[in-house]
Design a protein around this ligand. Sequence first.
Ligand code: SAM
Length: 248
Amino acid sequence: MIDDDPADGWFPESVAARYDAPGGANAPEVVTPAVDVLEELADGGAALELAVGTGRIAAPLAARGVPVHGIELSQAMAARIAGKPGGAAVEVTIGDIATARVPGEFSLAYLVFNTISNVTAQDGQVDVFRTAAAHLRTGGLFLVEVGVPDLRRLPPGQDTVPFAMADGYVGFDQYDVVAQQFTSNHVTVSADGTGRFRRIPFRYVWPAELDLMARIAGMRRKHRWAGWDRTEFTADSGSHVSVWEKTA
Ligand SMILES: C[S@@+](CC[C@H](N)C(=O)[O-])C[C@H]1O[C@@H](n2cnc3c(N)ncnc32)[C@H](O)[C@@H]1O
């Protein structure tokens, strides 16, 4: 039984221990295109990852010679960064991305893998944009990767959308469209019949709302792509990679 520290929030040791499992978001075909874009946008300067996690993206970016600083709430997640190729070069500050400030000026700040939605209040999400802007040079860029709210899958009167059903695993999201919140639910049943139920709260956020948050923080949108391949964002896009520029 792993001893989880409540200070690590929704990503304590028991989650961190499984986070870097091969495949999925850790597969090279997922990581490399993201690192390619981030290296280019850093444009020879330093990069700040908000919610750096286990360094899934920060370590390979640092391995390419980009100076990377990460802010992260969970000590258990951050403890894994240094052991990865490139990870020893990543500077880490334990803190909240809504309020933390670190030394230095950055060309690029980024927040990937839907993590803006882990901040569950609108004011908190605005503060995350302020954190990014506070660390950027004029002309510096803030990149966010996040899903488009999936409300079109909710029939009238229904609040739950299943997203996965496999051997021993059921995943479903439960929406509160008044509060603009959803909870992701993960039910895992092992072969011996023991079960695990994990729930994580999120605040979904609209693309245009993010643009307004950027404006509040002194940034203007420069790009909105459907993904790391920089294809056009359309009505059918399930997620987006958006980039704002800090204005003078
Ligand atoms: C889905 S993981 C993403 C980690 C990493 N960016 C990646 O792409 O693999 C979300 C991370 O955000 C961190 N996190 C959530 N809310 C945070 C906050 N308010 N301040 C700092 N880190 C936060 C969690 O501890 C977790 O490590």
